[in-house]
Design a protein around this ligand. Structure first.
Ligand code: HH2
Length: 257
């Protein structure tokens, strides 16, 4: 899954693809690099990020989804607003990646059920504005797992088919570096939930906590963590650097057979 951020303020590529033409060109490049899915987002969820008004998020996302649909990859929309998801699904998206796991907008679950969208349910403690203020868990893996199990039940109750539900531990969303490392170390435990796992470690700050690197210098850490997630059962790797991670995955897969 390649990341297409149509935002001025994303933590690693904010402002690069705010213009729809540039975002579409970037998405097509990621498809050429081997992306099977493009995740188009118009609102940064980095720690402390300001919320984006509905009209502005629609203005960013809709033309980019329309421009990329049919371009060789499935389109996912990274939003927690039902109106944005609806517009993206109408423009050709098939997947709704909701970092609030259907808790952010009361209309989201029924929309996804009606449109038969695949949904990504992600764990987050708190909201982007507050999530990095002293996050605490007794056992981060058990708590993330219990949360995701509860959100699967909520999605099923809303009429979303089980085979359309993917799960994500939410690396960096209300977690310290130690929490993120433990989630990645024990990722297999989340496989017990029985649904495909999406994992997004790309350029995230836990990598910088390991070696002091800045957001633009975390490709090695992204590759390492993505490969380990893959060998622990992750089926979707959400990354900015599709060519590099794709090559690493291909070589690792060839070695492992
Ligand atoms: N991470 C980010 C955004 N959306 N969605 C899922 N399912 N999983 C993730 O790990 C995830 C996500 C943050 O990365 P990015 O989009 O590059 O940054 P920003 O939120 O600042 O736009």
């Amino acid at each position: 899954m390649g990341v297409v951020n149509v935002t001025p303020d994303s933590f690693s590529d904010g402002g690069l693809y705010l213009d729809p033409e540039r975002a579409i060109a970037h998405g097509l490049e990621l498809v050429a690099d081997g992306a099977d899915i493009l995740d188009v987002g118009g609102e940064s969820t980095r720690p402390g990020a300001e919320e984006v008004a509905l009209e502005e998020e629609l203005r960013r996302v809709e033309p980019v989804v329309a421009g990329l649909a049919g371009g060789g990859a499935a389109i996912s929309v990274d939003t927690s607003k039902a109106a944005v998801a609806a517009a993206a699904l109408a423009a050709g998206a098939e997947i709704v990646n909701d970092v609030t796991a259907l808790r952010g907008d009361a209309e989201m679950a029924s929309l996804c059920a009606d449109r038969q969208a695949t949904v990504v349910l992600m764990h987050m403690l708190g909201s982007p504005r507050t999530m990095q203020e002293d996050p605490r868990y007794d056992d981060v893996v058990d708590e993330v797992k219990a949360f995701l199990a509860e959100r699967v039940e909520a999605a099923l109750a809303a009429g979303i088919a089980e085979q359309r539900i993917w799960l994500d531990p939410g690396i960096g969303f209300g977690k310290t570096a130690a929490h993120n490392l433990e989630l990645l170390r024990r990722l297999r435990e989340l496989q017990e939930l029985g649904r495909p796992l999406v994992v997004g470690t790309s350029r995230k700050s836990f990598i910088g906590k390991v070696d002091g690197s800045a957001a633009g210098e975390r490709l090695g850490g992204t590759v390492a963590s993505s490969l380990l997630a893959m060998t622990a059962g992750a089926e979707v790797l959400r990354v900015h650097d599709v060519a590099e991670v794709g090559q690493a995955v291909a070589v690792a897969t060839a070695i492992l057979g």
